[in-house]
Design a protein around this ligand. Structure first.
Ligand code: AMP
Length: 590
C-alpha cells in the first residue's frame, strides 16, 4: 500500500491531488495556489525555476523560459539553453518534480508513485513521452489516464446513477472530447476524439496578432520579431481574453512596448467581446467536428446525453459555452471545477492502484474502462494500412491477425506499425518498426505470420510477430516513438539527480553563508561592546577570525561546492567558540 498522487500535467497549468479518506483533495503549492503554471525557467546562475517564479522571469528572459512544452511532447523538438540541450520530456520532468515536492511537503513523506493524465487524443508517442518525463522526475508512473476520463471519474464519485455524459475539455493547448457511460460503478468511455493542437494558446495568439497589427498600423513598427516584446503582448492578450469572459470590452495597456524613429511607443486600445468572438470564431468551430465524431463513434443519440461537463480553463470563454449549448441542446453542468477535476480524478485512480482505498468505499467500487483514441495498423503491400485495432476499442486489448509473405522464398518481413485513421500508411504516423527474420523458405503466400497488437491500460502499444512455421518470434514495445532512447532516458534521470544534489548543495551553501554572515555581525557587535574591557590580544584574535570569515565568504561567491561550505562551517564554529570563551572569561572576571 502506498500513497499515489494524481497529476494533471497541463499545457498552461498543472495541478496535483491526493486522496484523503474518501475524497480527493487538491494540494496547494508553496506559493499558496492550487494550480502551478507549467513554465520552466533556466536562470543564468544555473538554477531552474518552475511555476510562478518562472512566469515572472519569462518576460525578461523569454529565451531562457519554456512555456507550453506539452505541445512538443513526443516530437523531436529540443530546447538549447547555455549549451545544454533539453528534450520536452526533461523540461516536463522539472514541472513534475516540483509537483512531487509540493506533495511531499504537504504529506510529510517521500512520494514516488503517481498517476499522470494526458489528453485522450494523445498518440502513443506522446503517452510514452509523458511516462518518460515521469521517470526522469523520479516518479513511478503507475498509470497514464485520459484527462476527460479522469474528469468523469471525479464526477462519477458523487453521481453514480446510470447516465451518458460528454466531457468537453478545452485546455491551454489541447482539445479533447469523450462520450462516457456511467452506471453500476462502471465508468466506460464509449468514444473519444479531439485535436492535439487546439487550445487557449491559439485564442491568445489571435489577440496577439491583432495587437501587433495595431502597433504596425499606428507606429509603423513590426514587433513580431522582438521575442521579449511579443512575450509581453502574449501575456496581455491572455489577460484580455480572460477579462472578456466576464466583460463586454477591455483595454489593452502596453507601455513602452516598442521603439520607432520618434522614440518609445506605448499602446492603449480597446478590444470588445464581439471583436474577440469574431477573431476566434473559427477556433470555437473547430471543436464541433470532434464532438460530432465522438457521438457518431459511440452510436449514441444527442438526446441520450444527459450531462455536458466542461473541463479546462478555456471553457470559461462564453462563446465556447454558447457553441456547446447550441450543439448539444443543453446547458453545460457547473458541478466540476474545470481547473481541478482532472487532477482529482487522477488521485482517485491513483488510490485505487495504490490499494489505499477502504474496501467498498465509493471510489473503490468504481471500475474504469477507457479506449484507445486512434486506430492501429501495419503496412501491407501497396502501402495499405491493414488495421488490427480500431479506434475507440476498450483498453487493455489484444488483437492478432495472420499475414503472409509477398514474394517467393522471402525469409524476412518488415513489420511497420502505424497509428491513424487513413487508408494508406503514408498518411498515418509510423510509430515503430522491426524485422522478423528466419522465416522458412517457401512460395509467396505460404508462411503464416501472426502479428499481435497489445495495448496496455496506459494506452501504450506492444507489437509482436511470430512465424507459425518455425515458432520464431520478435516483439517490440513502441518506446522508440517517444523520441528518447532508453540510454537517453537513463542519462536524463542521472542529470536530474545531479540537479537535485546540486540544488541541495546550493541550499546548504546558502544556509552556511547566511549563518556565517550572522556570526560575523555578532562578533563585530561583541567587539564594539567589549572594546574597553577586552584586552588587545583577545580583540586581535577575534578581529583576525572575522577577517578570515569575510575572506571565506568572498571566496564562496565564486565556488559552489560542498568543500567550501565545510570550510565556512568550520570557521564559523571557531569564531563562535572564541566568542563564547571570551564572554565566559569576561563574566568570570567581573
Ligand atoms: P488548463 O490547461 O485547463 O489549465 O487551461 C488553461 C487555459 O485556460 C489557458 O489558455 C488560460 O488562458 C485559459 N483560461 C483560464 N481562465 C480563463 C478565463 N477566465 N477565460 C478564458 N480563458 C481562460
Amino acid at each position: 500500500m502506498s500513497t499515489v498522487i494524481g497529476i494533471d500535467l497541463g499545457t498552461t497549468n498543472s495541478c496535483v491531488s491526493v486522496m484523503e479518506g474518501d475524497a480527493p483533495v487538491v494540494i496547494t503549492n508553496s506559493e499558496g495556489y492550487r494550480t502551478t503554471p507549467s513554465i520552466v525557467a533556466f536562470k543564468k546562475d544555473g538554477t531552474v525555476e518552475v511555476g510562478s517564479a518562472a512566469k515572472r522571469q519569462a518576460a525578461l528572459h523569454p529565451d531562457r523560459t519554456c512555456l507550453s512544452i506539452k505541445r512538443e511532447m513526443g516530437n523531436d523538438c529540443r530546447k538549447k539553453i547555455d549549451g545544454r540541450i533539453y528534450s520536452p520530456q526533461e523540461v516536463s520532468a522539472y514541472i513534475l518534480r516540483k509537483l512531487k515536492k509540493e506533495a511531499q511537503d504537504y504529506l510529510g513523506k517521500k512520494i514516488t508513485d503517481a498517476v499522470i493524465t494526458v489528453p485522450a487524443y494523445f498518440s502513443d508517442a506522446q503517452r510514452q513521452a509523458t511516462k518518460d518525463a515521469g521517470r526522469i522526475a523520479g516518479l513511478n508512473v503507475l498509470r497514464i489516464i485520459n484527462e476527460p476520463t479522469a474528469a468523469a471519474l471525479a464526477y462519477g464519485l458523487d453521481n453514480d446513477e446510470p447516465q451518458k455524459i460528454i466531457v468537453y475539455d478545452l485546455g491551454g493547448g489541447t482539445f479533447d472530447v469523450s462520450l462516457i457511460e456511467i452506471g453500476d460503478g462502471v465508468i466506460e468511455v464509449l468514444a473519444t476524439s479531439g485535436d492535439n493542437h487546439l487550445g487557449g494558446d491559439d485564442f491568445d495568439a489571435r489577440i496577439s496578432e491583432r495587437i501587433a497589427e495595431e502597433i504596425k498600423v499606428r507606429y509603423g513598427v513590426n514587433i513580431k520579431k522582438d521575442e521579449a516584446a511579443m512575450y509581453r503582448v502574449r501575456e496581455e492578450a491572455e489577460r484580455v481574453k480572460k477579462e472578456l469572459s466576464s466583460a463586454m470590452a477591455t483595454n489593452v495597456h502596453l507601455p513602452f512596448i516598442a521603439k520607432n524613429k520618434e522614440g518609445a511607443v506605448s499602446l492603449e486600445m480597446t478590444i470588445t467581446k464581439d471583436e474577440f468572438d469574431r477573431l476566434t470564431a473559427d477556433l470555437v468551430e473547430r471543436t464541433v467536428e470532434p464532438v460530432e465524431n465522438a457521438i457518431a463513434d459511440a452510436h449514441v443519440a444527442k438526446s441520450e446525453i444527459s450531462k455536458v461537463l466542461l473541463v479546462g480553463g478555456s471553457t470559461r470563454i462564453p462563446a465556447v459555452r454558447e457553441r456547446v449549448t447550441r450543439l448539444l441542446g443543453k446547458e453545460p453542468s457547473g458541478s466540476l471545477n474545470p481547473d481541478e477535476c482532472v487532477a482529482l480524478g487522477a488521485a482517485v485512480q491513483g488510490s485505487k492502484l495504490g490499494g489505499e482505498l477502504e474496501v467498498g468505499s465509493p471510489a473503490d467500487n468504481i471500475l474504469l474502462m477507457d479506449v484507445t483514441p486512434l486506430s492501429l495498423s501495419i503496412e501491407t503491400v501497396g502501402g495499405i494500412a491493414s488495421r488490427l485495432i480500431e479506434r475507440n476499442t476498450t483498453i487493455p486489448t489484444r488483437h492478432s491477425r495472420i499475414f503472409t509473405t509477398a514474394s517467393n522464398f522471402q525469409t524476412s518481413v518488415d513489420v511497420r506499425v502505424f497509428q491513424g485513421e487513413r487508408r494508406f500508411t503514408r498518411d498515418n504516423k509510423l510509430i515503430g518498426n522491426f524485422k522478423l527474420s528466419g522465416i522458412k523458405r517457401a512460395f509467396a503466400g505460404v508462411p503464416q505470420i501472426e502479428v499481435t497488437f497489445d495495448i496496455d491500460a496506459n494506452g501504450i502499444v506492444n507489437v509482436s510477430a511470430k512465424d507459425l512455421g518455425t515458432g520464431n518470434e520478435h516483439s517490440i514495445t513502441i518506446t522508440s516513438s517517444s523520441n528518447l532512447s532508453e540510454e537517453e532516458i537513463q542519462r536524463a534521470i542521472w542529470k536530474a539527480n545531479v540537479y537535485e544534489e546540486e540544488d541541495g548543495e546550493r541550499f546548504c551553501l546558502a544556509d552556511e553563508k547566511r549563518k556565517a554572515a550572522q556570526i560575523v555581525k555578532k562578533a563585530e557587535s561583541k567587539l564594539s561592546e567589549h572594546r574597553k574591557d577586552w584586552d588587545k590580544t583577545i580583540k586581535k584574535e577575534v578581529k583576525d577570525e572575522i577577517a578570515k570569515m569575510k575572506r571565506l565568504l568572498l571566496k564562496l561567491r565564486f565556488t559552489k561546492n560542498e568543500e567550501a561550505a565545510d570550510t565556512v562551517r568550520h570557521s564559523e564554529k571557531n569564531l563562535k567558540a572564541l566568542l563564547d570563551n571570551f564572554e565566559k572569561m569576561h563574566s568570570g572576571h567581573r
